[in-house]
Design a protein around this ligand. Structure first.
Ligand code: DAH
Length: 367
């Protein structure tokens, strides 16, 4: 479309006044007033006598007046829109500048919080496993019998249930009662029934057992791992756990052994020990001739695959689970489990981590 130049000089003046007013508007609100004043229903353009003459004009004049009207409206709209964009950027920048908070400034000591070692270790493990291509899966802390037990090949009255000191909930009064999950393994089930394999997940989370002594608290944390593929075996499992644990402890090589064991949901099953030296004052990981148990693992039992709708002749996989408190105590020399949940600020000050120190493999999670 070729541009129409406005034929009426009064309208020309009106438009140039409007353009000036638009560029002089210092705020979005002032600019909106300009828009209403010039382009509103009874604004200066609509109310101008020249445009009123259109009613009585001949077809030729009507065309010119109409084109003048369009050209005037277009010019004013364009100028106002352009100014609007400018003002919005300026206003946003002003707002960003005035609302800026430097989160790296030190807080007053009384207000400074810290990251609990459990959270720190969880984040470290997530960073390590993310590097192996694992994503994080979650499940509820209140579980049903199917996910916590029966799908995991732990049928009712099976002695394996006694391995777990379960907290039962009332639910709707009917058996089987819901439970506070006794391990993170139910997340395996939830993942397999909801996702198509191949699967590669870890599931860190809170778990509960009715157990309380020097080395047990009723609430604790585990991290679960699950890999489902067509051709994975114990060798992959061992290699993965070695590399992950070595990275966690900041060691190139970590003496590690699999000890045959039993879990209902894996076959074969193993417990994972890492090499250590028990010194007089401290425990040294990665040296010496002692062993320390850190995880349970194995090949996913065919019954578990079946219970989750997978064909065990097509899919196989491995799983592992370990206690996060245990790993935190070993890595950060925390001697007493129960202090972890005492909520003592002095303890947190000593063992806590800086909230801005987010674990990452680049920086090293073993600092
Ligand atoms: N769920 C087990 C427990 O709480 C730990 C465990 C062992 C998890 C072996 C696994 C596994 O995934 O393969 O004692």
């Amino acid at each position: 479309m070729t541009e129409h130049s406005i034929s009426n000089s009064e309208i020309k003046d009106l438009v140039s006044q409007g353009l000036e007013a638009a560029s002089a508007a210092a705020t979005s609100a002032a600019l909106q007033d300009v828009r209403v004043a010039y382009l509103g229903k009874s604004g200066r353009l609509a109310a101008h006598p020249y445009f009123q003459t259109i009613k009585d004009a001949n077809p030729e004049q009507k065309k010119i007046i109409g084109a003048d009207r369009t050209a005037a409206t277009t010019a004013l709209n364009a100028a106002i829109d352009a100014r609007k964009a400018e003002l919005e950027v300026a206003e946003l920048n002003a707002r960003l500048a005035s609302e800026f908070t430097d989160v790296t400034l030190p807080a007053t000591p009384a207000l400074r919080g810290s990251i609990h070692p459990i959270t720190q270790v969880t984040e470290e493990l997530i960073a390590i496993f993310a590097d192996f291509g694992f994503s994080v899966a979650e499940g509820p802390e209140i579980e049903d019998d199917f996910h916590n037990f029966s799908a995991l090949n732990i049928p009712e009255s099976h002695p394996a249930r006694q391995m777990h000191d379960t907290f039962y909930l009332k639910g709707d009064g009917k058996e089987p009662f819901p439970v506070l999950r006794t391990h993170t393994s139910p997340v395996q089930v939830r993942t397999m029934v909801s996702q198509k394999p191949p699967i590669r997940i870890i599931a860190p989370g809170t778990t509960y057992r009715s157990d309380s002594d020097m080395t047990h608290t009723p609430m604790f944390h585990q991290i679960e791992g699950l890999v489902i593929e067509k051709n994975v075996h114990m060798g992959h499992l061992k290699g993965l756990l070695h590399d992950a644990l070595a990275a966690f402890f900041g060691l190139e090589k970590l003496p590690m052994r699999f000890r045959a064991s039993f879990f209902p949901f894996t076959e074969p099953s193993a417990e994972v020990d890492i090499g250590c030296k028990r010194g007089k004052d401290a425990l040294v990981i990665g040296e010496g001739s002692d062993w320390l148990e850190v995880a349970g693992c194995g090949m996913v039992h065919p019954n578990v695959l079946k219970n989750c709708g997978l064909d065990p002749t097509e899919w196989q996989g491995f799983a592992f689970g370990c206690g996060i408190e245990r790993l935190a105590m070993l890595k950060y020399n925390i001697p007493d489990l129960r202090t972890m949940f005492a909520g003592d600020v002095r303890w947190l000050k000593h063992y806590g981590f800086n909230a801005l120190d987010i674990p990452s493999l680049i920086k090293g999670v073993a600092a």
